[in-house]
Design a protein around this ligand. Structure first.
Ligand SMILES: *[C@@H]1O[C@H](CO)[C@@H](O)[C@H](O)[C@H]1NC(C)=O
Ligand SMILES: *[C@@H]1O[C@H](CO)[C@@H](O)[C@H](O)[C@H]1NC(C)=O
Ligand SMILES: *[C@@H]1O[C@H](CO)[C@@H](O)[C@H](O)[C@H]1NC(C)=O
Ligand SMILES: *[C@@H]1O[C@H](CO)[C@@H](O)[C@H](O)[C@H]1NC(C)=O
Ligand SMILES: *[C@@H]1O[C@H](CO)[C@@H](O)[C@H](O)[C@H]1NC(C)=O
Length: 202
């Protein structure tokens, strides 16, 4: 039962509170939190919960390549060349319209690489560095975090593009593994990660 018709006081409340009346017809976009590599392609699908719309379409600042079916309309972006792109899909249902919005994030990401530097003589200090790089929509710099760890190494985490861990060379460390993980955050929730592993040579 519609809660707005079930009770007098409730009905009044529903009239007073904007959006209080549950709207039967909604549009939604998938994927919800899009993020792709710069220069790649992406297909969006906007669906309507009702079929009685007079129009279901995209509103975007790029050339539209749409395809329609019953209750849906897709948007194809063959080459994402905006770091950040707002996309709107709207449906017109009689007097009403519903809009769904999403932000597409593009990124460039080169996965981490581990370098061992300095002396490899027992008792001397040496260090391991992990580098990764990323590019994403402003604000710059990109939200890239690197974590480097391994047996006999104190784990260290830093904002990219580089993290270094120093340690005193011990012969038994030869052949041990070190790992570096890079996590790039895009927008509020999306993240892209990659990791690398290397073997110590002492
Ligand atoms: C879009 O989504 C609808 C509903 O899930 C589905 O029926 C339709 O096949 C999808 N269209 C494409 C091109 O994937
Ligand atoms: C995408 O656009 C960029 C810049 O306009 C261009 O350099 C690149 O070749 C395009 N890639 C594809 C796959 O069309
Ligand atoms: C469209 O259909 C929904 C439910 O299927 C209904 O609640 C709504 O009033 C209809 N809208 C129009 C404009 O016909
Ligand atoms: C790793 O990144 C740091 C900081 O950007 C740079 O100084 C260093 O040369 C890089 N190391 C290698 C091996 O690329
Ligand atoms: C990315 O992170 C997820 C969750 O933390 C993890 O399960 C996955 O193995 C990571 N991928 C890489 C390539 O590190």
């Amino acid at each position: 039962m519609d809660p707005c018709q079930s009770w007098g006081a409730m009905a009044l409340l529903c009239l007073l509170v904007p959006g209080g009346h549950p709207d039967p017809c909604r549009v939604s976009i998938s994927p919800e939190e899009p993020a792709v590599e710069f220069g790649t392609s992406l297909l969006f699908n906007c669906t309507s919960s009702c079929r009685n719309y007079t129009r279901l379409s995209w509103e975007v600042s790029v050339t539209k390549i749409e395809e329609q079916g019953p209750g849906w309309v897709t948007l194809s972006i063959p080459n994402v060349t905006d770091w950040r792109l707002e996309l709107h899909c709207f449906g017109i249902f009689g007097e009403r319209r519903d809009i769904a919005t999403t932000t597409l994030h593009a990124y460039r990401f080169s996965p981490p690489r581990i370098y061992q530097e300095g002396d490899t003589v027992a008792g001397r200090e040496t260090h391991v560095t992990c580098n990764a790089s990323a590019q994403a929509s402003p604000p710059d710099p990109p939200n890239l975090r690197l974590t480097l760890w391994g047996e006999g190494l104190s784990p260290s985490t830093r904002q990219g593009p580089s993290v270094t861990s120093a340690f005193t060379v011990q012969p038994e460390q030869h052949g041990r593994e070190v790992t570096c993980e890079a996590v790039l955050r895009l927008g509020r929730r999306r993240m892209v990660n990659a990791s690398a592993t290397a073997t110590l040579w002492v």
